[in-house]
Design a protein around this ligand. Structure first.
Ligand SMILES: [Fe+2]
Ligand SMILES: [Fe+2]
Length: 156
């Protein structure tokens, strides 16, 4: 999704979420390329932290702001809620794996595939509907930004 083409009312909010998606995908790529256990473990930890914060700001601020706009969007939000729950279960399992454990690779791979699918749906379906509906997300963008830095600081 091209950020420059997003209408101003939705741009800042969607751009923040798109940037999160890009950053997570970058970590997926780094994990795949890294050879040693320590690097894989630290990338995995970072991925879990980033995904948890991203899911939380979507659940607390983004998704509620879209509720009730249309049946189509509500259906997508219901599906997203289920997908977030599955992702959180996968994150919890991954976080329980120790450095050097042979299962790290497998747990990480399944998480990347699952999250990749969810992110794709958000960008190609949900975000598209949000733009179509013309929802004003300017305040939401500020709230997302504030909450994100608050959560990142708490995790650091
Ligand atoms: Fe999501
Ligand atoms: Fe997302």
């Amino acid at each position: 999704m091209d950020k420059a083409k997003i209408p101003v009312a939705q741009r800042a909010a969607l751009a923040l979420l798109l940037d999160d998606h890009r950053e997570v995908k970058k970590l997926f790529g780094e994990f795949e390329k890294s050879k040693d256990d320590a690097a894989k473990f630290s990338i995995s930890e970072k991925t879990c932290q980033m995904l948890s914060v991203h899911a939380q700001i979507e659940e607390e601020i983004f998704y509620p702001a879209l509720r009730g706009v249309s049946d189509k969007i509500d259906d997508m939000l219901n599906e997203a809620a289920v997908e977030h729950q599955v992702a959180k279960d996968l994150i919890a399992k991954l976080e329980a794996v120790d450095e050097g454990d042979a299962m790290l690779e497998a747990e990480y791979k399944v998480l990347t595939e699952y999250v990749g699918h969810h992110v794709e749906e958000e960008e190609t379906e949900l975000f598209v509907q949000v733009i179509k509906a013309g929802i004003d997300l300017k305040d939401v963008a500020e709230q997302l930004k504030e909450r994100k830095s608050e959560l990142l600081m708490a995790e650091a």
